[in-house]
Design a binder for this molecule. Structure first.
Ligand SMILES: [Cu+2]
Length: 296
């Protein structure tokens, strides 16, 4: 009987230890998007990290990570960078031109934002109920996680989809994944090497060039149907249009990646059915950064 107890005790101990051992998944960080906040741990390791992003909301969401300089707090960023965008968008709604709005932004946003805040990637936009994965290499520091889709003319950042996340000195042991396709982003082209197929595909995105001013080059995946007008999607991706980035989107968004500095690579996974798709950039879709393709 003692031996049986010993085996039961050992079995339970091993089972408990195994269930507590999250080391194999330690570098996978779950991010849940709700209307309107992010559920995610406060601190993660540096180095390569995979973010599993799940949209539990009733509208499109994404996340972008901004690395803050050491001297700038999350609150300062929120007050001095995010809030001016709300004011400027209100002025667009009130009839100001895009040129006037850009002038306002340059006047209101402090110089340190343009010189010292780095966009360090994130997920592309995903629709309701969708999940995506993005793998990024992050240096230690304080990051701002944000989503600026709009709900009834208000950015999600203003509704609560903005929060700090700390990346620690401790480095993860995750290796970057092997890619099925490589996308290179330049001004203003989406170049692809390799092919995507039905099922799961890992896409590497290499950031080779960015526009001198404004948003950096990023890439999103859309699934098109017979009713999709690509010009509607291009119009929708410009936040300065009153109905731009306002949910619901005119097309299904399946992920992608936000901008990173030149020389960086971001990885994401897409799960494809046969159909018609396009890679499209938020920053420069109107300048030709759209690439349609078909999956058989
Ligand atoms: Cu959102």
């Amino acid at each position: 009987m003692k031996l049986l107890n010993y085996f039961i005790f050992t079995f339970i101990t091993v089972a408990i230890l195994y269930s507590c051992d999250t080391s194999t998944n330690y570098n996978v960080v779950e991010v849940i998007a709700r209307d309107f906040n992010f559920e995610v741990v406060d601190e993660i390791q540096s180095g390569w990290t995979t973010f599993q992003f799940e949209n539990f909301g009733h509208t499109e969401h994404f996340f972008l990570l901004n690395l803050l300089p050491d001297t700038i707090s999350f609150e300062t960023y929120h007050n001095e960078v995010t809030r001016p965008f709300d004011i400027v968008f209100d002025s667009l709604k009130a009839g100001k031109s895009k040129a006037e709005a850009i002038g306002m932004l340059i006047e209101m946003i402090p110089g340190w934002y343009f010189t010292s805040v780095k966009q360090m990637g994130g997920t592309g936009i995903i629709g309701v109920g969708k999940t995506t994965q993005v793998t990024l290499k992050l240096a230690p520091g304080t990051y701002v996680m944000e989503c600026y889709i709009k709900e009834q003319g208000v950015f999600h950042t203003a509704l609560g989809m903005i929060r700090p996340i700390t990346v620690r000195e401790e480095v993860s042991d995750l290796e970057p994944p092997k890619a099925d396709m490589v996308i290179t982003l330049t001004n203003y082209k989406i170049e692809t090497k390799g092919e995507v197929r039905t099922g799961k595909n890992t896409i590497a995105v290499h950031f080779k060039e960015h526009p001198e001013v404004g948003l950096g080059n990023d890439v999103h995946l859309i699934r098109m149907n017979d009713k999709t007008d690509i010009d509607d999607v291009i119009f929708w991706l410009d936040w300065m249009n009153i109905k731009g980035l306002e949910s619901p989107a005119p097309v299904e968004f399946l992920g992608g990646t936000q901008e990173m500095p030149i020389g960086y690579t971001s990885y994401f996974i897409v799960d494809l059915d046969p159909g018609n798709y396009a890679w499209i950039s938020e920053s420069s879709a109107a300048k030709g950064m759209v690439k349609m393709f078909n999956v058989k």
